[in-house]
Write a new protein. Sequence first.
Length: 224
Amino acid sequence: MEQLLPVIELLKKSFDAYLKKAWILIGTMLFSFSGFLAMLPSVVIGFLISYVPFKNSNFDLNIILCDVLLLLAGFFLAIILGLWSQTAMLCAVKEDSADFKKILLMAWPKIGSLFWVSFLAGLVIMGGSILFIIPGIIFSVWFCLSTFVFIAEDLHGTSALKRSKQLVEGYWWPVFGRLAVIGILCMLVSWVRVYGPIINIFFMVPFALVYEYMLYQDLKRVKG
């Protein structure tokens, strides 16, 4: 059985790939915060609408309903923008050369399908975790490449999950070990005072995606 790249070589290859598209990846991370910002107007407007009646203890059902609808609209918009940024980051990881605008346009039509793949993978992993912790861990490694399979091979739904499992089969422990390495690195960075979370968000998260994509490519190589 052909061996996967050593961890050090995989990290180096991932770092080189990250450097080539660092600004686009950081840009997509910043774009993900637009989802949280999208909620602010609805919260502020809702507060302003309800402030005077609340101050005068004069509650109006229509005002309360308006507040609820504004919050739901802001929450829905935040979810859409969050999914869009997640899809854009995966597209940016895959593409060798593309600008930020092209990445966003490329990602938009894929949002729904990526959500479905992620939902199915999360549902199976959660089901395994409910049964017992070990099945949950096994499933999480089997299906860790589902979103990369969708982006790179355009396989949808359960087909993406099956393909991920097919790639991991025979290499479960090497894949688990390589995922553990990047997880430990993120944990160590998070312990850095003040700057740890910032480094994790703007460097380690996109770097981890590049690392996992390189792992996916390496598994494709050894599986032929």
